[in-house]
Design a protein around this ligand. Structure first.
Ligand code: AKG
Ligand code: FE2
Length: 370
């Protein structure tokens, strides 16, 4: 469903954005070298829905921590031009500038659809990559852990719990996702309505969410597979994260409690990415209540961009590292967010060594209530 346009800009942010939308209607993200404004094309109903949902909200203030800076302060983010496009607009765009359409250049992912479900770990019989970290690197990791504050209140309704998942939790999550991911209903590389592919592998738990139809269902339309249940141990972690988040909010109502019935598991290889989007395909009731999205990051680090409005020039950004849990609900439930890229070889060694053998990349689990 999504597409993004490449940039010819010399900016450091000229990397392609693949934009995936869990919106009622989707959009594509493009980066323009000559425009300072984000631009959007969407259906009138979507425009209305979006205006309705965002009316009356103010821009949030910024945290000044090193992990949470205005994008423009530390890097020269190029202006972003974003288009959620009906298919016709999309096709025209691809025809007029084929080289700039992300979906036009299929990305090579290991484990494509034809090979069966994607395996996020390197199978035992394949020697695989062993990325041993240097002693210095390992020490740096330990120091970082000690220095990192336990939680950050990023803006109303949005809390980041640093290193919330310990190494053993992370190993268990990887192993469980691997086991489920190679079975029925496991990982696949999803596509959008116009045929463009997302730059990640995805698996749903509890319910299916399709980027193509932008809807939830009991089973997957393309193969009829019923998604595996959300494991109980995952639910417990979500519960604990939500409880802990209240230590950092003004009051408990700021992030309402939520019992997930869907988990979207994404695996990003080193070239994976996800364009700015809103998570808005959940039920009206869930969205109205601001029931939070609880997001686990495991493996390599990634920058997470977020902004309150679609037409903002400079989204804020925060680094998501292995073990971090990001929660956005309440007033932040409708934030635009995306992952512009993965930082290779930044995950904990225990995930990539013989014990776990996670492929290079990043695993992300977002829990929501439909
Ligand atoms: O990978 C992430 O941190 C974000 C994932 C996300 O936004 C989504 O799956 O909707
Ligand atoms: Fe999302």
């Amino acid at each position: 469903m999504l597409q993004a346009l490449n940039s010819t800009s010399s900016s450091s942010f000229s990397k392609l954005f693949a934009s995936r939308s869990t919106l009622l209607c989707f959009f594509q993200l493009s980066i323009s070298s000559n425009s300072k404004k984000m631009e959007e094309h969407r259906t009138p109903s979507a425009v209305q829905a979006n205006l309705d949902s965002r009316s009356g909200r103010k821009s949030a203030s910024l945290s000044k921590s090193s992990l949470n800076t205005k994008v423009g302060q530390s890097s020269s983010l190029s202006p972003i031009q974003r288009c959620r496009s009906p298919q016709s607009v999309e096709s025209q765009r691809m025809q007029s500038s084929p080289k700039r359409a992300i979906g036009a250049s299929p990305e090579k992912h290991p484990g494509s659809e034809s090979e069966g479900p994607f395996d996020i770990c390197i199978p035992a019989n394949k020697g695989g990559v062993k990325l041993k970290k240097s002693f210095l690197e390992s020490n740096r990791e330990k120091r970082k852990k000690l220095e990192s504050p336990a939680g950050q209140h990023l803006r109303p309704g949005m809390v980041l719990l640093k290193k919330f998942l310990d190494h053993m939790d992370q190993v268990k999550i990887v192993k469980k996702c691997r086991e489920l991911g190679i079975g029925s209903g496991g990982f696949y590389r999803p596509g959008y309505r116009d045929g463009a592919k997302l730059h990640l592998q995805m698996m749903c738990l509890g319910k299916d969410w399709s980027p193509e139809s932008r809807s939830y269902d009991k089973s997957r339309s393309f193969d009829g597979a019923v998604p595996p249940e959300i494991p109980e141990e995952f639910r417990k972690l979500v519960d604990r994260a939500l409880n802990d988040s209240h230590e950092y909010t003004k009051n408990v109502e700021e992030i309402p409690n939520m019992s997930p019935d869907i988990c979207i598991v994404n695996f990003y290889s080193n070239s994976g990415r996800l364009g700015l989007h809103q998570d808005r395909d959940e039920s009206e009731e869930s969205l109205k209540k601001g029931l939070p999205v609880v997001s686990f990051s495991i493996g390599d680090s990634a920058e997470f961009l977020y902004s309150d409005a679609r037409d903002v020039d400079m989204p804020e950004k925060v680094m998501l590292e292995s073990g971090d849990v990001l929660i956005f609900g309440g007033h932040s439930r409708h934030i635009f967010h995306g992952v512009p890229g993965i930082k290779p070889n930044t995950g904990p060694e225990i995930l990539v060594d013989e014990r776990t053998k996670l492929r290079p990349g990043r695993l992300n689990l977002t829990f929501r209530k439909y």
